[in-house]
Design a protein around this ligand. Structure first.
Ligand code: ZN
Length: 435
């Protein structure tokens, strides 16, 4: 196994530092003076000049759709984890809405194993809360937790666990193994046929509205249930200012509630629907500029704990049609860090150290993933990303390594580029290309 000497890297945006990756771990760091560490180096060593690059712990995504098994025309575990590596991720949580649904030990073990075999990114399967995501009966949560995949995150994502009794039971059940229920908060009756954020604009465009209260009502109920049961709730893809206020209150009460925001909800607004281009159709929908502002503030002050991509690949035929017929969802893995730089770092809302917390440490903690989300210190597993924040690039959908092309950022200029990603000391990306 090749060792790597990384020179001049700015760990979490700090002073230039040299460090060595040996046998899959960070073996020596020297703050200053630089180049002293080269005296430690013998044998087969490749030097990477990381001058000007920010070194971050490998990113961890709590919300990824890898589509395998069942929709291998949209994405596979291999292509999805390659896209993750290109985005600086070393671990992703694969959502359960596959075909068959990941609601048994057999399916979650299959997905976990495919991730290991691919070697680009560790895959932690999310188990379904209910059998077949049907919202009728609890899935075998314990069997999935005990499986080789050691599932700790459970979600019917794509669907809301709308039945309060089932939600309560799931919260009670996962306590036994320190699991968490990740809720897709969408009141189904309030969103029947909904296409975009409900507001003056939806009326003008003639698209059925998706009211903020449909998200907020479920989040409020689930926070209360979480407190009642004393169990961990995680709120997926928070998209409204009202949701932020409910979560703020829950946290102030000391309840075990965590929350995520997606990059697209930090950057894009419902105004994009005026194009009628379904590339901007997503669940929950793009909201108003005021919501975007509230989400940025909440991510900065810690009310929202993490950024999660909700990477949702779709083949062309499911997006290249009229708005109402198109699938919900957009790609996110390869552009997440750039969007966070654009919306949070460059405006001074987050430091790189805080980005590490929101995109690596905290998601690893919520998912109970011990091997990831650790500081880049001596002896830590060498899961890391080297990122160049100084460049800008125009996003080209054709350059994506995902099997799908539904990025909402195509043609947009975004800052930053992932130069290298390491998984346990092995490069998955080098020179901005898959290794
Ligand atoms: Zn969802």
């Amino acid at each position: 196994m090749t060792d790597y000497l990384i020179t001049g890297a700015s760990i979490l945006g700090g002073e230039p530092t040299d460090f060595l990756i040996r046998d899959g771990v960070v073996t020596s760091t020297r703050s200053l003076p630089r180049s002293t560490s080269t005296t430690d180096v013998t044998g087969d060593v490749e030097t990477i000049d990381a001058t000007g690059l920010v070194a971050l712990p490998g990113l961890v995504d709590l919300h990824t759709h890898l589509r395998e098994p069942g929709r291998e025309d949209a994405e596979t575990v291999l292509t999805g984890t390659q896209a993750a590596a290109m985005g600086g991720f070393t671990a992703v949580h694969a959502m359960a809405n596959t075909d068959p649904v990941a609601d048994t030990a057999g399916v979650v073990e299959q997905v976990w194993r495919l991730g290991r075999e691919g070697g680009y990114c560790d895959v932690y399967p999310v188990g379904a809360v209910t059998v077949g995501l049907a919202g009728q009966q609890l899935a075998e949560l314990g069997a999935m937790a005990d499986s080789a995949a050691r599932v700790r995150v459970f979600s019917d994502d794509g669907h809301c666990v709308n039945d309060a009794v089932l939600m309560r039971r799931a919260l009670e059940y996962v306590k036994a193994f320190d699991g968490v229920v990740a809720q897709h908060a969408q009141e189904p009756r309030l969103t029947e046929g909904a296409q975009m954020n409900e507001g003056e604009l939806s009326g003008r465009l003639g698209l059925a509205g998706w009211p903020a209260v449909a998200e907020e009502a479920v989040i409020a109920r689930d926070c209360l249930l979480s407190a009642h049961v004393g169990s961990r709730l995680h709120v997926c893809h928070v998209s409204t200012a009202g949701s932020v206020e409910i979560i703020r209150q829950a946290k102030a009460s000391g309840w075990k509630v965590t929350a995520e925001v997606c990059p697209h909800h930090l950057l894009l607004t419902d105004e994009l629907a005026t194009s009628y281009d379904p590339i901007f159709k997503v669940n929950p929908p793009l909201r108003t500029a005021a919501d975007t502002e509230a989400l940025r503030t909440a991510l900065a002050d810690g009310t929202i704990d993490i950024v999660a991509t909700d990477h949702a690949p779709h083949p062309l035929e499911d997006k290249d049609c009229e708005w109402a017929a198109a699938a919900f969802g957009m790609l996110g893995l390869e552009t997440a860090l750039s969007v966070v730089q654009e919306t949070m770092v460059d405006p001074g809302l987050l430091t790189w150290a805080e980005v590490a917390e929101r995109m690596s440490y905290a998601p690893a903690r919520i998912g109970r993933v011990g091997d990831h989300g650790q500081p880049l210190e001596e002896g830590a597993p060498a899961n890391l990303v080297l990122y160049d924040p100084s460049v800008r690039r125009v996003v080209d959908a054709a350059e994506s390594v995902s099997l799908s092309r539904n990025t909402p950022y195509a043609g947009m200029e975004l800052p930053g580029r992932v130069v290298a990603t390491f998984l346990r000391g092995k490069p998955t990306v080098l020179d901005g290309k898959l290794a």
